[in-house]
Write a protein that binds this ligand. Structure first.
Ligand code: FMN
Length: 289
């Protein structure tokens, strides 16, 4: 039987994120087992940039819940990610993923291509800011295959189902999860399907999901993005992800090669300014320097 993992980014129990994920599961016709995890239950410390996960240990050496979370994701056949908008973007639990994303690379082969659907929930229609982009980035960092990603609206817990509209969205996401690849919703980045862009000089644009650039034109009043693949891709293909992992592993020898020069640059800034630190019981002070 398929195992579906619903990642609930909202700390609110039985809130809109939780019930939407459960509704999507109810509408999936394939027999499956639903597992749920609430990101805020997991204590995940920020990445220290030590790269140990890329070498000897092959997992994060910080003693927190990261490895348990990774294990749950690895064991799932498919993912549902449900994220609330907080202050015009995905809430903090979702934003935390990029800080531990590097430790996922040792598992790239197993992670790659897990079908996933995402749903963002905001209280005010149109006031979701970059929530959708945050969910797509989250799923791309998990190396998942995004089958569909949607925004719905409802502020109070349960409000999303006060009319039938969002049940339909849940049904569409449910059928997308194990369904065939759908045509990308236009206008979008032709490479990754991203729908968020930064406008650069001389009519250039950059896709905020895959971070590739190109130009913008119009055809029959519809924006057309001509985006080109860059030299260093992160996730467009499995080969890209594996090549990026090699690049990360190569960081150690690049660092050792330039160590003295780099140290000289950084140490020059060592004495600037005064650090403000939280007062902690003696012996547990954080090292800001
Ligand atoms: C701290 C906080 C910030 C919020 N910021 C926004 C916002 O910027 N835009 C918006 O439309 N809704 C905002 N909301 C509303 C939530 O997105 C909405 O209530 C959503 O349904 C929460 O999901 P939950 O019930 O699963 O927690 C905010 C809610 C909270 C608690």
């Amino acid at each position: 039987m398929k195992k579906i993992l619903a990642i609930i980014a909202s700390p609110r129990k039985l809130g809109n994120c939780e019930i939407m994920a459960k509704e999507i599961s109810r509408q999936i016709t394939e027999e499956h087992e639903l597992q749920l995890l609430r990101l805020s239950d997991f204590d995940i410390q920020p990445c220290k940039g030590c790269y140990m996960c890329m070498f000897k240990e092959q997992q994060c050496i910080i003693e927190d819940d990261f490895n348990a979370l990774t294990q749950a994701i690895l064991e799932a056949d498919a993912l549902i990610v449900s994220v609330p908008t907080y202050f015009l973007g995905p809430n903090a639990s979702t934003c935390a993923l990029p800080i531990w994303g590097i430790a996922l690379y040792p598992h790239a082969e197993k992670l790659w291509g897990k079908p996933a659907v995402g749903v963002g929930i905001a209280g005010i229609p149109g006031k979701e800011g970059y929530t959708l982009l945050g969910i797509e980035s989250f799923l791309k960092l998990l190396m998942a295959e995004i089958k569909d990603c949607r925004m719905i609206y409802g502020a109070m817990p349960g409000e999303i189902f006060m009319n039938g509209e969002n049940q339909t969205v849940a049904a569409e996401l449910a059928s997308a999860l194990f369904g065939p690849e759908k045509e990308k919703k236009q206008p979008c980045c032709p490479l990754c399907g991203g729908q968020t862009f930064r406008f650069l000089e001389k009519n250039k644009v950059r896709c905020m999901l895959c971070s590739n650039s190109g130009t913008l034109s119009q055809k029959d009043g519809i924006p057309v993005f001509a985006i080109e693949k860059g030299e260093h891709e992160l996730f467009l293909t499995k080969e890209d992800a594996l090549a990026h992992r090699e690049w990360l592993i190569g960081m150690k020898s690049r660092f050792l090669k330039h160590k003295e020069e780099l140290k000289k640059i950084s140490l020059d800034y060592r004495k600037d300014g005064e650090w403000i630190r939280p007062v902690k019981p003696s012996g547990t002070d954080t090292a800001a320097e």
